[in-house]
Design a protein around this ligand. Sequence first.
Ligand SMILES: [Ca+2]
Ligand SMILES: [Ca+2]
Length: 90
Amino acid sequence: MIRVVFLAIALTLATVAALAAFDFTDSQSVVATHDGDKNCSDFPNQEAAQDHLNAHPGDPDGLDGDDDGIACESLPCPCGGTPTATWHLR
Ligand SMILES: [Ca+2]
Ligand SMILES: [Ca+2]
């Protein structure tokens, strides 16, 4: 009986591990396949980079190096999706 319980637990753990591994791989591939890694130089202006950052929370492309929520400050306007009022004053 103990052996059966142990087997059931082992099977459950194996299933959970397999599912976890699958989910991890799946989410990783989604991140990795969003048109590859983007850089600021891939966008014509700040607005386009900001739209991309807004569409990819967590900044997987590293467009917001100083982590202030604003992508590619160095790019020319039009600028969009500004999350803070202070940015407008600069
Ligand atoms: Ca990048
Ligand atoms: Ca920034």
